[in-house]
Design a protein around this ligand. Sequence first.
Ligand code: SF4
Length: 360
Amino acid sequence: MNARDTLARIQALPAPLRPIRVLNVCGGHERSITELGLRSLLPDWVQLIPGPGCPVCVCPEEAIHQAIQMALLHPLTLVAFGDMLRVPVNLNKGEANSLAAARAQGADIRPIASPLEVIALARSLAPRPLVFFVAGFETTLAPVAAMLAEADLPANLFLQLAGRRTWPAVEFLLQAGSSFEAMIAPGHVAAIMGANEWRFVAEKYALPVAVAGFAADTLLTGLHAVLRHALRHEAALDNAYPAVVKADGNPQAQALLAKAFDIVDAPWRGIGSIPASGYRLTSLHAARDASLQFPVAISGHKRSGQMPAGCDCAAVLLAHKRPSECRLYGRACTPESPIGPCMVSDEGACHIWWRAGERV
Ligand code: SF4
């Protein structure tokens, strides 16, 4: 069924007495929803809520601080995804408070767009150490795991990991008391880990959940499925992205992830520590752990749960506030002059809403 017909079916659903709030986990979904203007096309009783799926936004301050210090204090080159360079952290006046600021102070920090660039760059720089600062979800960690499986990986390549798993963050929100009645699960993550990874939302928390892709047809199909179930008070898992997502995902990619990384409890900026939500290099790759090879002193930095003063990014990530409800949105905080990480990243809800013309 095409997107227009699916939208018509949603519009024809009977209005409930109370709004139905649908959480989308992924920054890519939030961007599609906003750019397609879905909120203005759906019935008033459907509320689409952005959630915690912005890896740059949830990267702990101390991990960024560590990367900054590593690049400033050791003779090495550090690479990170482009939007990570501008994320501000709270440091003392005069200290470099972002990777971009550290670069301005002379550190060799370079943006990359894909993990595929890293091996060639490491070879071109050898023997100078190259540290890859990895922030991302399963979709980023899978290609990094594949990279680690390469036979002739350059000896000068090291990793600083701030990778996170998606479903534990959703379970964390649900255990804290859900502020939504249905959810859309991220299609690209499910392509790797499988649609079944999201079954717990239906079976343990009795909420409808649908895996969806990023185009209008799959997104609306997923929305129609969860709204229909929510109206009937049913809990079910639907796969609205069957061309890409299989029930059990991609076993080869999962095997690579398991060989490269151990699962550990991990801090999320704005949220705090979430059990089994992070990755650590397995002992097989411990020699490539940049934090062991290039130690820096950041012991006084314990702000993983915090955002800059006045910034409601944490509440946005926890689906408690809409971006435009932040007092700083569009006033003190814009993409050109961001205060919190949600206004920096392409996957940050504040950035997406502002770029789409949402004004207060
Ligand atoms: Fe934080 Fe800026 Fe978003 Fe407000 S608008 S929540 S200050 S990132």
